[in-house]
Design a protein around this ligand. Structure first.
Ligand code: XIL
Length: 551
């Protein structure tokens, strides 16, 4: 945006006021956008051009509930420049005009992606491809640079493969990694004020791919490349579990100085739908909005559509669907209530607690771990089940052993040869707590014979202000199987753990304890597994942790 003329500045001020002002006492029943704006965040939806022009229910909800929109397809290269130099902005303009009429901000999606890019681009040689990127970005970004509604762009999309290596797309194969920095610089040249984002999927939790993203963003910014924002797509599925370290992951990117946002949220399920799946889905939606609420640098959450009537999921993931917050008849689902209540925070009207969970049953009891499973609670108050707390009953001072978003938990870090009496409570999205389940008892087995387990770290990458240790190989060198392990090590002073994967990690001062995750504790004689972690350290310090122990 260039603020070259007074009318334009006034239009911008008006739009910002509309976006930010309802900061006082939003009515509990108010639409999503009212509650989001009261927090200074956006709640958005991806829009498809055909129902936008043809269906009033679609248009009404899109206008009323959201203060941000993204074009689901209309701004992609195959729509905006189907043949070289022939730009077509009909679909893109329709969305920008709709957003302008409804005081919504527009996120431009997407400039350089390996999909939905015409064949004429893919076959170009290096020099012609570089020129094509420059022309495309200046044509598309330039068209909206003076439009106050269009505030941000996905400059590059999905540059990593599933392992966190550079995706060997036609971009990469022809130009190498340099196309990324070139695209950001071209976008900045075309619009000096737009927020410029890099966007990807499967980067919501802390894992190898999100760490590769972290390292790329950090290094691009050190080189002065104008990366302002990181987009986490958020295409989740209830059957794969929730990335519980989402908030921690958003925060580590925020600490690099970039804005973060959830850009394409949908939470699919295996069909058919039922109320238990809807309730889990609602919990996931709430968790995503809560994570963004909790991170100041998180600008907002965009849902990838809003009605199951128009969702890419059934066409893309065989047998799956129902991923959005309205059903196919434009009725609000429990997921809508969850998003609403998470945005509304304290204004929820749900005062009905969930039902008490069933009696927990123990299994896989070892010297330091046990699995508990119970019959799920139900929640009828509207805010949806948020999760369970598992307590150890100890006279007057019961202790919290763990929390779970599902009707099961793997307890770790238990004491050998000890009787545990435990019970479970459910929480809903408004903070109401159920009664206690009936109690159950189990006794941990005697501890393993020491000395069998070893931990061998490898420093995978280092940079001036941090490093990744991966893999830390954990080996059972003994002659019998173990069912859990605990690795400890010490961080040099001034070093801070910023992420970990494949282990349950706790930090106390500089002492780090990494326990097996619920899927990698069982090691037969001679077997190995591994975990990893990431640390930030003061610039100039070259130390890495030492003195690893394993038990
Ligand atoms: C999808 C659209 O939803 C579909 O309509 C289209 O056929 C394919 O693309 N990651 C992205 C989005 O960045 O652009 C994709 O959108 C979904 C995955």
């Amino acid at each position: 945006m260039h603020s070259s003329s007074l009318p334009r500045v006034l239009a911008l001020v008006g739009m910002l006021a509309a976006f930010l002002l309802p900061a006082t006492a939003a009515e509990a029943s108010a639409p999503l956008r009212t509650h989001a704006a009261a927090r200074g965040k956006f709640i958005g939806a991806a829009l498809a051009t055909s129902p936008l022009s043809g269906e009033s229910s679609y248009r009404n909800i899109a206008a009323t509930e959201f203060n941000q929109v993204t074009a689901e397809n209309a701004m992609k290269w195959d729509s905006t420049e189907p043949s070289q130099g022939q730009f077509n902005f009909s679909g893109a303009d329709a969305i920008v005009n709709f957003a302008t009429q409804n005081s919504q901000q527009v996120h431009g999606h997407t400039l350089v992606w390996h999909q939905q890019t015409p064949g004429w681009v893919q076959g170009l040689g290096a020099s012609a491809m570089r020129t094509a990127i420059q022309n495309h970005i200046s044509g598309v970004v330039g068209r909206y640079a003076d439009n106050p509604a269009v505030v941000s762009w996905d400059v590059v999309n999905e540059v990593f493969d599933d392992n966190g290596n550079m995706r060997t797309s036609f971009w990469y194969n022809t130009l190498g990694q340099s196309y990324i920095a070139d695209a950001f610089r071209a976008a900045r040249a075309a619009d000096s004020n737009a927020r410029l984002c890099i966007n990807d999927y499967n980067v919501e939790g802390i894992n190898a791919k999100s760490t590769a993203m972290y390292n790329l963003v950090s290094s691009l910014r050190q080189q002065g490349v104008p990366v302002d924002c990181v987009g986490f797509q958020g295409h989740l599925a209830i059957q794969y579990g929730f990335p519980n370290d989402l908030q921690q992951n958003l925060q580590r990117f925020a600490d690099l100085g970039v804005q973060v946002r959830i850009t394409e949220l949908d939470i699919r399920m295996q069909m058919p739908r039922n109320s238990s799946k809807d309730s889990t889905q609602a919990t996931y939606y709430r968790n995503v909005v809560n994570a963004c609420n909790a991170v100041t640098a998180c600008a907002g959450v965009t849902i990838w559509g809003f009605t199951d009537k128009y969702s890419w999921v059934p066409d893309t993931f065989s047998g799956e669907g129902a991923a959005l917050i309205y059903d196919e008849s434009y009725q609000q689902k429990p997921a809508y209530t969850a998003v609403h209540d998470a945005l509304a925070g304290g204004t929820s009207t749900d005062t009905t607690p969930p039902s008490a969970p069933g009696t927990p049953a123990s299994s896989n009891v070892t010297s330091n771990s046990a699995t508990l499973t119970w019959a799920a609670s139900t929640d009828s108050g509207g805010s949806g089940l948020a999760g369970y707390d598992v307590y150890r009953e100890q006279g007057t001072n019961d202790t919290l052993l763990g929390r779970s978003t599902t009707a099961s938990i793997n307890l770790t870090g238990l004491t050998p040869s000890t009787k545990y009496q435990v019970y479970v409570r459910a929480r809903d999205g408004a903070g109401n707590v159920s009664g206690n389940s009936a109690a159950a008892t189990f006794t941990t087995t005697t501890g393993p014979v020491g000395g069998a387990c070893t931990a061998t770290p490898t420093v995978q990458t280092q940079w001036n202000t941090g490093y990744v240790v991966q893999p830390v190989t954990v080996t059972n060198g003994g002659s019998s199987a173990i069912t859990g392990w605990t690795v400890t090590f010490t961080l040099p002073s001034g070093h801070t753990l910023t992420g970990s994967w494949n282990a349950a990690v706790t930090v106390s001062g500089q002492n780090v304890t990494a326990r097996n995750a619920n899927y990698n504790g069982n090691l037969g004689a001679g077997a190995s597994t591994s975990f990893g972690f990431q640390v930030s350290r003061p610039s100039g310090d070259t130390q890495t942790p030492s003195s690893y122990t394993c038990a």
